[in-house]
Write a protein that binds this ligand. Structure first.
Ligand code: SF4
Length: 440
């Protein structure tokens, strides 16, 4: 009998109770939590996640279950209660929307000032599908990539998926992107992001890349694709109808002289262990693309040194390059997932100590905050006092990059805003300047 290639099936709030695995394995209370929290935060899984990743014998602790299924603790108790009550009392759609939107607006939907600071103006037009925060790198949000094969419960881009007005970054016109990059000679990298650009068909992705491929832009050296498709749907590169076409497109990018970096998002070693993902990784690497890996550190999913050690080791054995450990952003369900900065660093360090030099390419733990990407370097004692040592890995002002600085030690700090400058300083050095990249 011929083996049928798996066909992608999305499971959402509208149909999750009809799925046999969910029906059999979730308790009534867990289904209720999905139903309530799923009104506020986006929820989508698929048949690969359900069939091949989740360990159903380990609910609710299974990391992939936590990664993809809304949990009660993701909302504040009063918010959970009010949504549950509204559902129970048969509130109208309008009433429910009103309530849900009020809760969403309290979940800091635009962290790090993305909307205000990073959208460039080019030829008198605000380029709503582009973010340009760091001098060398431009982020591009294709119109058709504003979704993912499944949604991470911690996603910092959650407002895009719930349709909050005015929060979508999306651009149709890739020629404008090419013109913008050409006009900004310091830009060497473009990152295709979303959602997940690998939700697009190869022909659509090719249309976006075409202006960069038909004529090599001299200052552009690297094309990056930020994606979780290897974690959520590796069949994209195996059995989907356009699998080979997408891989040929990658080859074309490489042949054009660009470095193609596939920025793969993995949160747990489990996502690297299926035959499908191993094969998909091999196929991508065979195109000449390099796979770099990144993940946030999240309570309930990977807040243990072993989780990171195992993930980095496995990534290196599959030929991937560990790249970033991020810190949970100050948005959405942050209070459910966040790990204190100092503990993030301890976990990072313990994991780092247990891997070979080949995995020590990884940088972190890093906060993508308003002024830039800030790495926690560790705790240092000076005299009788402890301090947190930090530095910019990337910043709005290129002169800040690499500059170490200190904050007072605070074991309960979760984000930059929780820190105070060390040595009785009134401000951190970067707070005195309001540097914004000059745009054409
Ligand atoms: S894959 Fe990325 S963009 Fe998509 S839900 Fe997860 S974190 Fe968000």
């Amino acid at each position: 009998m011929l083996h049928q290639p798996p066909k992608y099936k999305a499971i959402t709030l509208a149909n999750f109770k009809k799925n046999e695995l969910i029906e059999r394995n979730l308790t009534p209370a867990q289904k209720h939590h999905v139903e309530v929290v799923g009104q506020v935060l986006p929820f989508k899984v698929n048949n690969y996640v359900l069939d091949e990743l989740i360990d159903w014998s380990d609910l609710p602790h299974d990391p992939i279950f936590q990664l993809t299924f809304p949990q009660k603790g993701m909302l504040a108790p009063q918010d959970f209660q009010s949504v549950a009550q509204a559902l129970k009392s048969g509130a109208s759609k309008t009433e429910l929307n009103h309530l849900v939107n009020a809760i969403r607006h309290n979940l800091n939907p635009h962290p790090a000032g993305q909307l205000e600071h990073n959208v460039p103006v080019f030829k008198n037009t605000r380029l709503k599908g582009i973010q340009h925060k760091y001098r060398e790198t431009v982020l591009f949000f294709p119109n058709q990539s504003q979704t993912c094969h499944a949604y991470c419960t911690f996603c910092f881009r959650w407002p895009q998926f719930v349709g909050m007005d005015g929060l979508k970054f999306a651009m149709q016109e890739s020629r404008t992107l090419a013109d913008y990059i050409r006009a900004n000679s310091k830009v060497s990298d473009v990152l295709f992001t979303g959602g997940d650009p690998m939700i697009m068909r190869a022909s659509r992705m090719e249309a976006y890349l075409e202006p960069l491929l038909t004529q090599k832009i001299p200052n552009l050296r690297s094309i990056r694709i930020g994606s979780k498709v290897l974690g959520y749907w590796p069949y994209k590169f195996l059995t989907d109808p356009d699998a080979d076409e997408m891989l040929r497109l990658f080859e074309r990018v490489v042949k054009q002289g660009y470095h193609l970096s596939f920025m793969a998002h993995f949160n747990h070693v489990r996502e690297l262990e299926t035959p499908a993902v191993e094969k998909a990784i091999r196929r991508i690497r065979n195109t000449g693309a390099v796979i770099r890996t990144q993940s946030p550190i999240m309570r309930h999913i990977n807040d243990h040194p072993h989780a990171w050690r195992d993930m980095w080791r496995k990534q290196v054995s599959l030929g991937c390059i560990p790249y970033y450990m991020f810190i949970a952003r100050d948005t959405g369900a942050q209070s459910y997932f966040a790990v204190p900065l100092e503990r993030c660093h301890r976990i990072y360090r313990e994991a780092y100590q247990q891997v070979s030099g080949l995995a020590r390419t990884v940088r972190g733990p890093s906060m993508s905050a308003g002024p830039g990407k800030i790495q926690i370097l560790g705790t240092v004692q000076i005299g009788n006092e402890n301090y947190l040592n930090l530095r910019f890995i990337q910043s709005r002002n290129p002169e800040w990059v690499g500059k170490p600085f200190f904050a007072s030690y605070d074991a309960e700090a979760f984000w930059l805003d929780d820190l105070t400058p060390a040595f009785n300083q009134e401000h951190f050095f970067f707070e005195e300047s309001n540097h914004v990249l000059g745009m054409n």
